[in-house]
Design a protein around this ligand. Sequence first.
Ligand code: NAP
Length: 318
Amino acid sequence: MKIARYTAYGRPETVVLDDAPIPTPGPGELLVRTRAAPVTAGDARMRSGKVPRGLGLMLRLAIGWSRPRVAPGWAFAGDIAALGPGVTGFTAGQQVFGLKGFKGGAHADYLTMRADGPVLPLPDTLTYEQGAAFFFGGLTAAEFLIDRARLAPGERLLVAGATGSVGSAGVQIARHLGATVAATASPANHGLARELGATEVTDYRTGPPKGPFDVILDVMGSLGWKGAQPLLSPNGRLVLITATLADMLASTVNRRFITGTNKDDLPSMRRLVELHQKGGYTPIVGQTLPFAQLAEAHRIAESFHKPGNLVVTMGDAT
Ligand SMILES: NC(=O)c1ccc[n+]([C@@H]2O[C@H](COP(=O)([O-])OP(=O)(O)OC[C@H]3O[C@@H](n4cnc5c(N)ncnc54)[C@H](OP(=O)(O)O)[C@@H]3O)[C@@H](O)[C@H]2O)c1
């Protein structure tokens, strides 16, 4: 089988495909034949080592000093090729989707997962590509909008950067919660922002829609507290998804300024599936490439201008 590996921090070519034997599932493990996996902004950041200001040291302490010592690939969708001893609750051939997490390993033709880990049956309303795209932006947008900003029905939300992975999930989830959504996007993505449910869209290069907003979801950190504060209502909250170390420190003393990272555990995954089943979220798959073009997928992901999610497919995904 083919499996991806990072050779160094740096350009997209530092992710390479090696040959490896298909792993054998151990006790309590599933062997999954991967059909699709996303190439996310997080994958691009881990490979390049380029993170928001002040966080480079933390990244290298967490995943490796001279090169990323984690395996490429955060999430996957596929089907179960074999069950390890003692596995219950899954069947061979069943379609599943899940997370390998930041230690990675989803950019491979086959992978193993603990059956009691972050893996769930793939709903029949999702293709493999949609299953692969499901969790990255969805988990982030759901946790920050629902749990952290406590977005309420009737509130007015601005999503700055509304059509990438996090933004496209954020617009949909906010509409489902009963909020009114305004958005910024580059002109080519205005149609998509409106299809997702934004009622007002401006180009972020010319400025955001007119405030006040109850919540601002600032996906790339392009507004920051200084840019967002004049647009917020008196109790308005800023959610900064891409935050520098200084932003993170400032948010600890300002309850209206929300930063951090989101959880990627089974309860969060199950909640997102429920949201999907209630019609509140379906991931956008903007582009699909064959697994062999993983380096090209990294090049696209690190532009931070992709519509929705970018997915690579292994074998014959449908
Ligand atoms: N805190 C966390 O836990 C967490 C979790 C997930 C992701 N993130 C971070 O969140 C960011 C976004 O991730 P993603 O997966 O959504 O990325 P993405 O799919 O590449 O989307 C980026 C979005 O930002 C927009 N954008 C680019 N430059 C902009 C600017 N100068 N001003 C306003 N909008 C701009 C793009 O719009 P156009 O395409 O229209 O140009 C696009 O909608 C990344 O920095 C990622 O590392 C953080």
